[in-house]
Write a protein that binds this ligand. Structure first.
Ligand code: GRF
Length: 202
């Protein structure tokens, strides 16, 4: 399926959202961001979406009465906007199995480590504490596990002597901003083919 319209889910800062919207405005992605949903009412990313004239809905998960009811509400809004691809960009909640099955193989996430190393929260801190020499970021298809779905693209970022969480995160973030819209473009051009847990790029 060609994804002509995609949705973006956020919970916070929204810098990846901003980079994706900039790439779309520059003609780097044919498909359009049709809807941004924030589960956090005062997330800074909401303003980024508004300034870019991308429709935003605030759906506070605390008012939904559970994970799946919240996800059903999000799916309804996304589908009403014609969204066929869902991109998580700093969305800080696990999705329900119901939501994953509703958009099978069509939910992407970006994670600030070279998966499968350091899934979950504080990936950059985990990498520093482990003492790895190379970290980076991963765009992957979301499955029902934690940061465990098929890997679409990765970028490596060397860990430098003297790096702290802030400096490493900043260099990884630069790569995130480059990588995510590239993965969305490949997806929308139907060039990502899932074969078991391998995402083949054609
Ligand atoms: C990024 O580091 C991303 O990899 C992770 O959450 C952070 C979101 O940052 N999933 P932002 O909201 O896009 O600025």
């Amino acid at each position: 399926m060609t994804a002509r319209r995609f949705g973006i889910l956020i919970s916070g800062r929204g810098s990846n959202l901003g980079a994706i919207v900039d790439a779309w405005r520059a003609g780097g992605i044919q498909a359009a961001p049709a809807l941004v949903i924030s589960n956090v009412p005062d997330a800074p990313g909401i303003e980024i979406a508004r300034r870019a004239d991308v429709p935003v809905q605030i759906l506070d998960h605390r008012t939904a009465g559970g994970r799946e009811p919240h996800d059903r509400r999000m799916a309804e809004a996304l589908e009403a906007s014609g969204v066929t691809l869902v991109c998580l960009a700093g969305y800080m909640r696990l999705l329900s199995p119901w939501f994953i099955r509703r958009f099978p193989g069509r939910v992407l996430n970006i994670h600030p480590s070279l998966l499968p190393a350091f899934p979950g929260l504080n990936a950059q801190r985990q990498a520093l504490e482990h003492g790895v020499k190379i970290s980076g970021c991963t765009v992957h298809v979301v499955d029902e596990g934690l940061d465990s779905g098929p890997i679409v693209l990765q970028a490596a970022v060397p860990v430098e002597e003297g790096d702290d969480e802030e400096s490493l995160s900043a260099r990884i973030l630069e790569q995130e901003h480059r990588l995510y819209h590239e993965a969305i473009r490949l997806f929308c051009e139907r060039r990502v083919v899932l074969d078991g847990r391998r995402a083949q790029i054609q």
